[in-house]
Structure formats: C-alpha cells, structure tokens
Ligand binder design. Sequence first.
Ligand SMILES: [Zn+2]
Ligand SMILES: [Zn+2]
Length: 306
Amino acid sequence: MFEIVFLGTSASAPSIQRGLPSQMVMHKEYRFLIDCGEGTQRQILQSGLGFKRLDKILITHSHLDHILGLAGLLSTFMRWEAIEKLEIWAGQPAIARIRDLLHGVVLRGASPPVKLELNVIEPGCLMEDETFQLTAFPVTHRGGGTFGFLFEEKPRRPFLAAKADALGVPPGPLRAQLVAGKPCMLPNGAAVSPDEVLGELAPGARLAFVGDCGRTDNILEYCRRADGLVIESTYLEVEAALAREFSHLTARQAASLAREAQVRRLFLTHLSRRYRDREVAEEARAVFPDTTVVKDFDRFSIAREK
Ligand SMILES: [Zn+2]
Ligand SMILES: [Zn+2]
C-alpha cells in the first residue's frame, strides 16, 4: 500500500486555496517528496507530516513552480538539522538549475548542513528492496528532462493463516521462515513447506505519478492498470490550443489516458485558477468516472484491488 498526501495542487502560481506543486508519497519507512514548489516547507508543517525522515526528494522537471521551495527547505535545514542526508533526484536540466539555486544562492560556498546528493535521473529503476520498486520514466513537457514515477509493490504470495493453523504451525519465527519461502520443522518433527501455507502469486499496488505533461501516448504503458494515477490537468478542452502550446493537458486528455490505461482511480492536480474544480471534475468524469480533483492536504491510500 502507498499513501499520498497532496501538499500543493496549483499550477504555476499559488492561489488562496492552493499552494505550488508538491506531494509526499509514503511506503513502509520511506517518504518521498515529489516536487517542492515555493512554500512547500510550511505545507509540510501544516499537514502534520513534519521533516522527519524527509531525505528523498524526486523532482519531475526544472520549472520554477516545482523547485523553488528547495531553497527554503535547505535554508531551514541549515539552522535545524532534522536529517543526516538529503537526496535530490531529477533530470539533467533540473539538476543544473537546482545546483545553481542551492550552491549558488543558498550556500554560496558554505558546506551543506546535511550531506547533499544531487542525482541525475536516467529512465529505469531508481531504487528497490525486497518488496518495492521505484521506476522513473520519461515524460514529454516543455524544456525536456521531465520524468514520471511509478511506485510498485512487488508481486507476493499471501500467507494463508488458516492453513498454517490447520498444520499446527505456531505464530512466530517459524511462520516468518515460511513467508520468506523457506521450509520449516515443527516442534513435533513434522516438516512444512512454503507451498503448503502460501497462496497464488498476487500483484502488489501500483501508483503512477506524472507531473506536468504535454502528451499521453508515450506514457500509457507505465500507467497501465495502476491502482492510482496522479497527473496534471492544467486546462479544459475549451482551451486545448493553449494546453498544446504550453505542453500541458486538458482534464479530458488526462481522463482519456486513465480510461485507456484502465487505471482504477484518477487524481487530477496542477490546477489553474481560471477554472472551478466542478468544471474540471465534470469534464474528466464524462470520460473517466472515478476522478478526484485534489485539494491541498488531501490524503489517499493506494492499495491493490482485490
Ligand atoms: Zn508546473
Ligand atoms: Zn512545467
């Protein structure tokens, strides 16, 4: 299961109701901040999430509405070291701009308050452990070097507690051994194999995150059958020409992607002040009914559909 908290849901400039783009994705002990628009640190505090374990930041692209908050965040860390290391992941153009911002403006020759890693993203796996994988995929948007992120739980075989009970496997380390795929010996000397207590291999939850985006055909495969798809919706169809010009999507285009990719739920963000939420929702839901137009501080759990 993944949790996502929207910290800022506005496009290009903040509004009274919406901060600039940022969201936190959480899975087990991991926390990923995706994008860090101006004002993000205050949104983090207001959301109740706090700075603890905030050591991984993924940046979708180099535009200022997605990165300016990094300066404030690092400046706060200079006074109050809540963490030991900060990893920032982004495409080459964004890393160049972030380096200027952090080293040129914030630090100006001073050494960073935390171990600061600026990592250039290449498409493919960014990190994984036994149960989870994070993949970066290329997205078309003005300026280039833009990435989307796919959070996936690896497929696993569920533990069938009733079967373990029937076989007399006591709760504790023997069950853990079976879950890990190793056979075990019961206190009475009987052997139990993992196949006896594990069900069929079942896929895990998938959350696809796409920030600013000007084209959907080339990201369809990454979004396919996601349990949750988060994507921008900067324009409505009446201004489709502007959407094209600035390499953004309309609500209808985002919803068409969700339908074609057969995702379970669609979350629209990066919303412009020029429209009402209701209009955005109506346009999208006509194509993909399970659409949510998100607000700052909305929180959702993304689990695998049973
Ligand atoms: Zn943007
Ligand atoms: Zn942009």
